[in-house]
Ligand binder design. Structure first.
Ligand code: AHR
Length: 493
């Protein structure tokens, strides 16, 4: 079968903000304790951070990591996680029914992020707390002034500010599961006043207002409009969250998940622009898709986890080939919308719905979804190009005209290369690619990720069951595969 892909180097969607390849570490399950941090582990560094985990994180080149939640943040007191570690309180953690030891807080996490080559994207608690605590945290993290919270940071051993640039105004405040859940106007007012105090404290920061925690939330639309009407001049981004899963064991439907993400983004952009027009503003609100991933495998096992444990094994989805193809399609969708989506966070990074898994006291390995993320983060930086693909389509119970091939090309203007990412959703069809718009560029490499069985996954015992392989210089998309083609200027040009 044939698929025809057309690009035009002059038809750019926009420059990809590197923060599109962000991720997320929450105080949840074994993300922190037993994940990034395990002082007794044989690879632990001087601060107790696992170096085997750090190596994989570094491979992913994650430019920004959201922290410390997620649902966790809505009941969190940031002051519990600073200063003398022997005096930090052990607390009940009500979002995930766990025990939080506070061994790690912002003092340590900002150091971990620095060592990983990432910046922190900090979330403030607008569930049980408010504007005053948020502005104090900004002062603690970012100011040099001789004032209480900046001085406290210095007394805790950090003369230099942490310089945290991007801040989230709470987490999923539209969800009734959230500690301190709010009605649209309640949140909008609180977010607006908190934003004002935070920016008065440090005018250089950027703020993300909570949008809907999913496109199916009954308040989606009304929530965004209310929040933006109150906050427009004081915030820079609105957040989107969405998780996907093959709950009905319908692979073709699941593989088309990216159509839902695309629709969610486009509807949110429309709302932002509607409020911009209403206000006669010059400013565009950008999108921060700060939680996205596949999440469903662990739902049943999580119901059996006993309450009040330290770092229980929660949300430990084991990802297979099918999930990697969905993640690939979602990454293509984020790239296709990079003119408005400036930040995106794969939720999450280690152990909790994550590309990186560990055994506490043991091994680390990369899950299947690690690879499409790695490829896009390494080769998806530059200018995203409008990419047209003519190919067969299919329909599912909820979608029509789903193309079998989903693709995007990114031009890297530093190296003068074009990278084409493509998912073949067909379960049995091989597609031969015909390209146009690539004149003067030669195929250098073709990397493919697939498996004989869509359920294949990587485990501690078999960490390399699903890994990408070099497909030489063929232009074929094998059935159910993730592909990356790199083209560079041919010698005789
Ligand atoms: O990422 C896991 C959880 O999903 C986060 O804590 C929450 O924000 C979302 O519902």
């Amino acid at each position: 079968m044939k698929a025809k892909i057309t690009i035009d180097l002059n038809d750019a969607i926009g420059r990809v903000d590197q923060r599109l390849f962000g991720s997320f570490i929450e105080h949840l399950g074994r993300a922190v304790y037993g994940g990034i941090y395990e002082p007794g582990h044989e690879t632990a560094d001087d601060m107790g951070f696992r170096q085997d985990v750090m190596e994989l994180v570094k491979q992913l080149h994650v430019p920004i990591v959201r922290y410390p939640g997620g649902n966790f943040v809505s009941g969190y007191n940031w002051e519990d996680g600073i200063g003398d570690r022997t005096k930090r309180p052990r607390k009940l953690e009500l979002a995930w029914n766990s025990i939080e030891t506070n061994e790690i807080g912002i003092d340590e996490f900002q150091e971990w992020a620095k060592r990983a080559g990432s910046e922190v994207m900090m979330t403030v608690n607008l569930g049980t707390r408010g504007a005053d605590d948020a502005r104090n945290l900004v002062e603690y993290c970012n100011l040099r002034t001789d004032t209480y919270y900046a001085d406290l940071r210095k007394q805790n051993g950090f003369e230099e500010p942490f310089n945290i640039k991007v801040w989230c105004l709470g987490n999923e405040m539209d969800g009734d599961w959230q500690i301190g859940y709010k009605k649209p106007l309640e949140y909008a007012r609180l977010a607006c006043e908190t934003a004002k105090l935070m920016k008065l404290t440090d005018p250089t920061i950027e703020l993300v207002a909570c949008g809907s925690s999913g496109p199916l939330m009954p308040t989606f639309g009304e929530w965004e409009r209310t929040v933006l009407r109150e906050c427009y001049d004081h915030v820079d981004y609105i957040s989107l969250h969405s998780y996907y899963g093959n709950r009905d064991q319908n692979t073709l439907e699941f593989l088309a998940s990216s159509a839902e993400m695309d629709k969610f983004i486009k509807e949110t952009v429309r709302i932002c622009d509607e409020i911009k027009a209403e206000k006669g503003s010059e400013k565009d609100i950008m999108l921060s898709f700060d939680e996205w991933n596949v999440w469903f495998h662990s739902n049943e096992q999580d119901k059996k986890i006993e309450h009040w444990q330290i770092a229980p094994p929660l949300l430990e989805d084991v990802y297979n080939v099918e999930d990697a193809l969905v993640v690939g399609g979602l990454l293509i969708t984020l790239l296709r919308n990079c003119d408005r989506v400036k930040i995106a966070c794969l939720a999450q990074l280690v152990n909790v719905i994550a590309p990186i898994m560990t055994e506490t006291g043991g091994k680390v390995w990369a899950q299947t979804i690690f690879y499409p993320f790695l490829h896009c983060s390494e080769h998806g930086r530059g200018i995203a190009l409008n990419t047209k693909c003519d190919c067969d389509t299919y329909q599912t119970s909820s979608k029509t005209d789903v193309p079998y091939i989903e693709s995007i090309a990114v031009y890297d203007d530093n190296n003068d290369t074009i990278t084409l990412f493509a998912v073949n959703r067909s379960l049995d069809g091989t597609y031969n690619l015909e390209l146009s718009g690539f004149d003067g560029y030669c195929l250098q490499s073709h990397t493919v990720l697939t498996g004989n069985d869509l359920n294949q996954c990587n485990t501690a015992a078999n960490p390399n069951a699903v890994v990408p392989c070099d497909a030489g210089t063929d232009m074929m998309l094998s059935p159910h595969s993730w592909n990356m083609f790199i083209f560079s200027k041919s010698q005789n040009n």
